[in-house]
Design a protein around this ligand. Structure first.
Ligand SMILES: C[S@@+](CC[C@H](N)C(=O)[O-])C[C@H]1O[C@@H](n2cnc3c(N)ncnc32)[C@H](O)[C@@H]1O
Length: 348
């Protein structure tokens, strides 16, 4: 594919530390962000099939809607992973910590609201671990909300929050002193299509030394109906989350998407493990995107692919790790085998 999409671009997003006084992006940053979004939308809507990255779901409204999704009865991943972290927190914290007491740099990619991570952070603090927590997320509101809640809930924690795209966040990793550990929870890894997933893991592994660790969440294959329901809930919150992407384009790129003419569609393929979401045009229509100075024609029932959420098997996870020069130390699983939090290390 021309784009390493549908879900994760490899373009870097300008990063700004949210510890600075700038709680909001300034005009220059906003302009650059909009230019990147405009370039992405142009590429995504001129290719066939049309696709936009799920990375752009997470404006302030999108991040808020995702918090609502995590609490939905159908959305089993968050509850299941929360249970895993609660049950295995001591073993996980011990595996992340270096036996010789080196300081730990704990990077979290796509941290979101950090609800589950706080279980581990509390455990590490209670064990007296010398560590810095560096949550990274593309969503400024998610990073600011997390940093604010940590200041109140865990005031002694050293935090280095960053608003950045994954790949940009990896750049500074190699130079960190001591042990490095990378958290990638919530099965965010499933957003990458297979080739980009492998490339991403190889790029990440290249930043690590033999003593470093990774803790990745993987959503496992299960009843296809259960998976599909998690991405098409009865209350329509996931539909609102998907459609919010069009609202964002209307606002940030002066587009004129008529939201009533689009609908959310989600489908799971049990052969490939691909859970995919689409925005489907309910009628033939033309949409103008002011920032691009052009219009796009959509046929009736034409789809824009907006998200992948791949599901995995344990042998597949082992293969993925091995191809990136990593090995599985422990796969923490719930009793129903719905989800796995997998501790990985570089092959010595
Ligand atoms: C599905 S949520 C999961 C959040 C958290 N890891 C959890 O398990 O609850 C994905 C998060 O990753 C962020 N995100 C998505 N794509 C990203 C990217 N390419 N770079 C940085 N952050 C990204 C989103 O803003 C969102 O907060």
């Amino acid at each position: 594919m021309a784009l390493s999409l549908p879900d994760q671009t490899t373009t870097s997003q300008p990063a700004f530390p949210s510890e600075s006084n700038e709680s909001e992006p300034n005009n220059e940053q906003r302009k650059t962000n909009n230019e990147e979004l405009a370039a992405h939308v142009l590429a995504g809507l001129t290719r066939q099939p049309r696709a936009l990255s799920s990375m752009y779901f997470y404006d302030a409204v999108g991040s808020e809607l995702f918090q609502q999704i995590m609490a939905l009865p159908e959305y089993y991943p968050t509850r299941t992973e929360f249970g895993l972290l609660t049950r295995h927190r001591a073993a996980m914290a011990a595996a992340l910590t270096s036996a010789d007491g080196q300081p730990l740099h704990l990077l979290e990619l796509g941290a979101g609201d950090g609800l589950k991570t706080k279980i581990l952070l509390r455990e590490l603090l209670a064990a007296g671990t010398d560590f810095t927590y560096a949550p990274v997320d593309i969503s400024p509101t998610a990073v600011e909300g997390l940093a604010e809640s940590l200041r109140t809930e865990l005031p002694t924690l050293r935090v280095q929050p960053l608003v950045a795209e994954y790949t940009a966040a990896l750049a500074g990793l190699r130079g960190q002193p001591g042990r490095k550990a990378v958290l990638f929870l919530g099965s965010n890894i499933g957003n990458f299509p297979p080739e980009a997933r492998q490339q991403f893991l190889a790029a990440l592994a290249a930043q690590l030394g033999p003593d470093d660790r990774l803790l990745f969440g993987f959503d496992l294959r299960k009843d296809p109906r259960q998976i599909r329901a998690a991405y098409d809930d009865a209350q329509g919150v996931t539909a609102a989350f998907n459609l919010n992407l069009l609202t964002r384009l209307n606002r940030e790129l002066q587009a004129d998407f008529d939201l009533a003419a689009w609908e959310h569609f989600a489908d799971y393929d049990p052969l490939t493990g691909a859970m995919r979401s689409f925005l489907v045009s309910r009628r033939a229509q033309q949409v103008r995107i002011g920032a691009l100075g052009r219009s796009f024609d959509f046929a009736a029932w034409e789809a824009i692919h907006t998200e992948n959420s791949y599901k995995f098997t344990l042998p597949q996870i082992e293969q993925l790790a091995a191809a990136a020069g990593l090995r599985v130390l422990t796969a923490f699983q719930d009793e129903q085998q719905w989800f796995a939090d997998v501790m990985l290390a570089p092959v010595p």
